[in-house]
Design a binder for this molecule. Structure first.
Ligand code: PRP
Ligand code: URA
Length: 208
């Protein structure tokens, strides 16, 4: 299932983010702000359970989230979205997956994995701003499933049709959330119009 998140403030931030001359500090802030604004949509259908609450006046029934939440930024660029999600979901645990896309083959190469033990029981939100060929997201999700994860969703900022198709086909059980659906990939696997290399722009490592 694909969810195109639409909101005028997100659109405004996305246009600023795409600007070639957007400085690193602003770029980071916009990524974080957009991620934070995505949280209500990304979590809208999480299951809740009834819970008894003692107010200062009487006992009532409230709702609590059924499962713990684990946020999984795909390194590096996924880290840019993490703070936005943690602001609204501060009780979440964080797993880290390192994936680097080989520039020639465009295949993801896994270099790091560190996750809490309760993957099977948690609602897992995988974060990466860019869904290009879909290789990195698909491999990260496969890795999480191999270690027991069952309730997964994927959130990005910019999706290419090729990446969406790949993810939907490899992991049809994983909903994908994105505020921008771009037109295509170029011959180097970069999203057009896109925003360039998200990791480099977030961390200021653009080669001059
Ligand atoms: C970027 C991006 C995704 C991946 C998307 O990461 O953050 O993880 O490429 O491309 P794909 O959908 O074709 O796999 P990159 O490998 O450049 O690493 P970085 O985050 O460390 O810059
Ligand atoms: N990774 C990025 O950071 N940007 C793209 O456009 C494609 C992959």
């Amino acid at each position: 299932m694909n969810y195109h998140i639409q909101h005028p403030v997100i659109d405004d931030r996305m246009a600023r983010l795409r600007q070639q001359d957007c400085p690193t500090s602003q770029f980071r802030t916009y990524v974080q702000e957009i991620a934070q604004m995505m949280v209500p949509d990304v979590t809208a259908n999480l299951f809740t359970l009834p819970t008894q609450v003692q107010t200062p006046l009487e006992i009532t029934t409230g709702r609590k989230l059924e499962r713990d939440i684990i946020l999984v930024p795909i390194l590096r660029a996924g880290l840019g979205m993490l703070e936005g999600f943690l602001r609204l979901l501060p009780e979440s645990s964080v797993a880290h997956i390192g994936m680097a896309r080989n520039e020639n083959t465009l295949d993801p190469e896994s270099y790091y994995f560190n996750a809490p033990v309760n993957l099977a029981d948690a609602d897992i939100i995988v974060l990466d701003p860019m869904l290009a060929t879909g290789g990195s997201a698909s491999a990260a999700i496969s890795e999480l499933k191999k270690r027991g994860a069952k309730h997964l969703r994927f959130a990005c900022l910019v999706a290419a049709p090729e990446g969406l198709e790949r993810l939907n086909s490899d992991h049809s059980d994983v909903p994908v959330y994105y505020p921008a659906l771009d037109s295509r990939l170029n011959e180097h696997g970069y999203i057009l119009p896109g925003l360039g290399d998200a990791g480099d722009r977030i961390f200021g490592t653009v080669q001059g």
